[in-house]
Every structure is written in structure tokens, then in C-alpha cells.
Design a protein around this ligand. Sequence first.
Ligand code: ATP
Length: 303
Amino acid sequence: MRVPAKVNLALCVGPRRADGYHDLATVFQAVSLYDRLRARPRADGRICAQMTGEGSEQLPCDRTNLVVRAAWLLRERYPGQTAGKGVDLAVDKQIPMAGGMAGGSADAAGTLLACNRLWGLNLPVGELAELGAELGSDVSFLLYGGNALGLGRGEQLTPLAASGRLEWVFATAPRGLATPLVYRRFDEMADRGAIVPDAGLPDEVIEQLSCGVAERVAACLRNDLQAPALELYPELVQTLRAGATAGALATLVSGSGPTCAFLAADAAAADRLAAELPKHAPEVRDVRRAYGPVSGPSIVDRA
Ligand code: ATP
């Protein structure tokens, strides 16, 4: 199975709530950067994970790993139907780790779908999405893919119409950025009046997405976590500038960062941008081409 990453075309962040979370109004787009996930049944009832690929050496395979947590959650909620059933989960990571593209959430979404099938639970996706929200705010969206408006913590979803596809270039960074740290800096900046929290609906992005003209979408992209991410990771200022120099229509930190997203006018312009970018941004780890929207987790082979 392959599971896509996401980018936020709009990420509007409200003030910190009493429970520590922030109200969000976000427009998600699933993009064609994928982790690969293989799930095989285990007769001994154990839930085991193995991680390979980019950054996987930093990831423990114990119950802190989101794929292991997702499988356990499903088993705990449906003990009757899953008694004695185990799974071997193998993830090949291509989505940058702690990169603001929700790779961990994508893996969790894929695990919920895979175990649902493997263990014969046959739960509808809506029910898996409710479980997914307990694992992380982006898991629900990544079960569906496409484009969606996310409210609440991002888990209250409304699918969004889109016409055409957007052509992206992503620049990954040599180190990750922990999402809670970025939200903490957001709160500090709000306290000192540097930003005004506002989780109002990103109407313009929604409207332009339905029209599908990249130039017009580019003009209204918004990420409220960009300013705190740039304070925590100042090298990204240079990366964003490099993207503009290399011809991007819009430059944006992806989610909580540090991956930077560049929107191009069309596929040929994105290819040129991807070739040009490393010349202007030596600090970048890797440059990736992608497009969106793409569908959620899909089976690519049965090997
Ligand atoms: P967010 O969804 O908060 O934007 P992100 O895209 O910045 O997250 P992820 O790669 O999803 O970053 O990982 C966030 C953290 O989750 C990692 O730093 C890691 O400690 C933990 N994690 C647990 N399981 C996984 C997994 N399977 N893949 C990636 N990260 C995982």
C-alpha cells in the first residue's frame, strides 16, 4: 500500500484553547509523496513493526511508533473480532520525518485501513477516521486524501471540490522540527503581539481551488505556522527566497515545517524549478517533485 503526504494550502490557527490545542481552519491537499506500507498477518498475535527509508533509524518500533499505536488501538476497540490476531507492519519511509507533511499520520491511516481488511473488521472509513483522530489531527484526512477543509483540530472534515492539479516542488531540510515546539512559539508570538491568532475560514483558497488556476491559488496560500517555524529555523528564510528566485509562483512552509513547498505554474515549470532550486539553496537536503490532489492510501501490489 502507498500512503500520501499532505500540504496545507491554508493553515489558519486560533488562540490556544483550555485543553492546550488550537482551533484550526485548514485546507488540506494530499500530494504524491508516498510512504510504502506492507501489512502481513502474524499467527502468534503480536503487533510488530519494521521501518526502513529516510530518517527511519531515528524511529523506535515500539508502542511510540504511530503504526504500532494504530494497530493496537484497533485491537483494543474491537477485542472480540481481533482476538489472537497479529500483524507485521513494514514501512518504507519517503515522506520527510518531522517535516510538516504528516508522514507519521499517513502511516497510521494506512495501518488502520490495512488491519481493518487483514483482520476482517470491515469497518467503514468514517469509523476509522474517528479512531484516527485519537492518534493525530491529520490521520482522519489522510484516510481519504484529495482536498478537504479541516476544522476543530483539523479532524472535522468536509471534502472540497477542486479542478485541475497543482504542481509542487518540496525542499526537505537536514533536521526536523517538532510540531509542539512550533505551536509553543506561535503562542509566545501571540503573547508578544507579533501575530494575531485567527481561525477564520480561508474562503479565498477554497474558492480558487475550485477554479483550479495555479496563479490564483498561489496568491492566497496562507500558513500561520510559518512565522514561528521561521523563528525556530531561520535558514528556511533563505530556502523560501531561493524558491522565489528559481521561479515559484508561491513559497510556503509546509504545515509546521521545516519542509518548504513551492507552487509552480505547470508541470514543465515545476521540473525547471526542481532543477534550479539546489543551485540557490545549498542548505536544502533534498528536492522532490509532486502534484496534488491524490487519493488516500491505495494498494499498489500484493507482494
Ligand atoms: P505533523 O503531523 O505533526 O505535522 P510532521 O509531518 O512534522 O508531523 P511526522 O513525520 O509525521 O512529522 O512525525 C512526527 C513525529 O511522530 C516524529 O518526530 C516521530 O517522533 C513520531 N512518529 C511516530 N511514528 C512515526 C512514523 N511511523 N513515521 C514518522 N514519525 C513517527
